[in-house]
Structure formats: C-alpha cells, structure tokens
Design a binder for this molecule. Structure first.
Ligand code: SF4
Ligand code: SF4
Ligand code: SF4
Length: 316
C-alpha cells in the first residue's frame, strides 16, 4: 500500500476520539430525558397542517406547529443535528444497534458492516417519502383520527413516558410496528431513520445553509480512501467542494452529474460528524462540523441552541 493510499485500518478505528464520543453520549442522554417527545410533537405539526387543509380552518400557532417550525428552522441552519443527537427514537435505535453488535464489532465502531447492500439501501430510502405522502394524504382526507395512535413512534413516546396504551386495534398496531422497527434498528444501523421515518423524509428535503453542508476536497483526498463513506451510517459518498465531480468521472459532464447526485443525497446526512472524525486528513466536514475540540465546541453550541428552541416551542 503506497503512502497516498489508505484503507479503514484497525489502527485508524482505535484513533476514534473518545472525548467526542463522550460528548455525543452526554448530549443524547440530555435530550432523551429532557425532550423525549420532540420528534412525535414535531411530526404532529405536519399532521396538524394536513388536518387544517381538510377542515378548511385557518392554521393557528400551537405547540406542535411551533415544534415543527423550530426543528425545521434549526435543521436548515445546522443540518440534521437533531437526528444524530437529539431525537429520542434515533438514540433508541443507536443504543439497540450498539448492544446487538457489541460482541462482534464493539459499540458503534466505525466500519461496522451493514446487512443491506448499498444498492438496495439507496432504493429503500424512498419508502419514507411514500410513508410521508400516505400520512399527509390520510390527514388531508380526514382519516387522521381513525389511524391515531397506531404509529410506532406514538407507542415509543408512551413507553418513554411509562404510559404504554395497549388497548384497542390502534394500540396493538402501534406495538407491532414498534417491535418490527426495533428489530430493524438492531440489525441495521439507523434502519428506521434511513428507510421509514416520515419526519426524516421532511428533514431530508429541507435546504441546508452552505456552511453546514458536509463536503470534502478532492485534491486533499487520499487515493483509494473510502473511510468517510465506510463509517457513514447513511453510506454517503461526500460531494467534492473543489471540482465538479469525483475522480472516477470520465468527463466534465459526468463529473457535474455525479456531484449533483451526491449533493442530492446529502439530505440523508444525519450530521453525525463520523466522517469528519475519521478522515485522516481532516478533509471531510463543514464549518460547523470539525474534528477534535472545535467539533465538540460546535456540538455544544448546537445542542444549547436546539434545547433553547425546543423549550420555547414547548411553551407555546
Ligand atoms: S430520521 Fe426520524 S427517527 Fe430518525 S433521528 Fe430523524 S426524526 Fe428521529
Ligand atoms: S475525505 Fe478523508 S476519509 Fe474521505 S475519502 Fe477523502 S481522505 Fe478519505
Ligand atoms: S455527518 Fe458524515 S458520516 Fe454522518 S451521516 Fe453525514 S455524511 Fe454520513
């Protein structure tokens, strides 16, 4: 292997910074216990808008709508930090995955293999848009009350609040879906988030300000390196910021098309910082996602801003 060619080696995995992981765990724990229902409340804002379209009544500010607006605005400025650190259901999935892969690979180690091939995963991710359209359609057509309480996230919110409701068809459907989603998240990293979450579908189509868009520079990349793609829970190829495409591109047109494809996919980015942390040349990331101390400082800033927004929204 030449000096300019690296792979994700065991040595590289061991270098994964402990302080950054500890910061992640603390932030996740704080949000899990302080804002366990932020996700379901925010998505209730989406359903509320659909119900208002059905009823023809004017949209009024409510806690649910305020949560939706706060999360959407935050995501457009800082990317999907909420998904990587603050969503209780995402954290639940991370814990499940880490527990079920503890013996084999270590807890959430970079480079852990995924069961679903990348080609299939890139198609499966569109399922969540179908679910989002279905939920919106049910609300707009006036069926929201018939399916209320039958979602896995509703059951999860009840479980976190230690008040699971198992009565009725809706409760049982919610429980069954919750168990299926849990099995999926234990087997495949962020499976629910990548393939099924309708709120994740909302986040993934939101525009993100350039300083929070994760990229890399082609001229800085090490030949043959795929460490950032291998560690990415969404299996993303980062777009290049310095040219119109990848090294594999045969022409300027092909390069531009590849970059457009990568940038389109970046809505799937959870903002987890794993690519920035693993890159041996500190070449992956963005202004608000760095490796080391700057990354920790930015994560704390984002967490404080998000907590403030959610607190204000919850009080509406
Ligand atoms: S994709 Fe959905 S479940 Fe996953 S972290 Fe984001 S909001 Fe939460
Ligand atoms: S950005 Fe870093 S980790 Fe990703 S391919 Fe380039 S050198 Fe490797
Ligand atoms: S921050 Fe990097 S590793 Fe994490 S999801 Fe986004 S591209 Fe993938």
């Amino acid at each position: 292997m030449s000096e300019n060619t690296v792979r994700t080696t065991k040595k590289q995995k061991r270098k994964f910074p402990g302080a950054e992981q500890i910061c992640d765990i603390v932030i996740k724990a704080v949000f899990f216990f302080a804002f366990p229902a932020a996700w379901s409340a925010g998505f209730a804002g989406v359903k509320y808008l659909g119900e208002r379209i059905h009823s023809g009544e004017p949209v009024e500010m409510s806690t649910f709508l305020a949560m939706l607006l706060a999360l959407a605005a935050f995501t457009m400025v800082f990317g999907r930090f909420f998904c990587s650190r603050a969503c209780a259901f995402g954290t639940y999935g991370d814990v499940l995955y880490a527990v079920f892969h503890w013996k084999k690979r270590g807890p959430g180690r970079p480079g852990s293999k995924q069961m679903i091939p990348d080609a299939a995963a890139s198609k499966l991710r569109y399922v969540k848009y179908g679910i989002l359209v279905l939920v919106c359609a049910l609300c707009i057509l006036g069926f929201s009350s018939q399916v209320a309480g039958s979602s896995p996230w509703t059951f999860f919110s009840q479980l976190v609040a230690l008040k699971p409701k198992l009565g009725g068809t809706a409760g049982i459907v919610g429980l069954v879906l919750f168990v299926i989603c849990s099995i999926g998240m234990a087997a495949e990293k962020r499976a629910f988030c990548r393939f099924l979450c309708p709120f994740g579908a909302v986040f993934s189509i939101l525009p993100v300000l350039p300083f929070s868009m994760v990229q890399r520079k082609q001229k800085e990349c090490i030949k043959g390196c795929r460490a950032c793609a291998n560690v990415c829970p969404a299996r993303l190829d980062l777009p290049y910021s310095d040219i119109g495409g990848s090294t594999k591109a045969a022409s300027a047109d092909t390069a531009a098309a590849e970059t457009a494809k990568y940038q389109f996919s970046m809505g799937e980015c959870f903002g987890c910082s794993k690519c920035a942390r693993i890159c041996p040349k500190q070449n992956a990331g963005c202004a608000t996602m760095k490796k080391g101390g700057k990354g920790i400082a930015w994560d704390i800033v984002k967490a404080v801003i998000l907590a403030g927004l959610l607190t204000v929204a919850a009080g509406v």
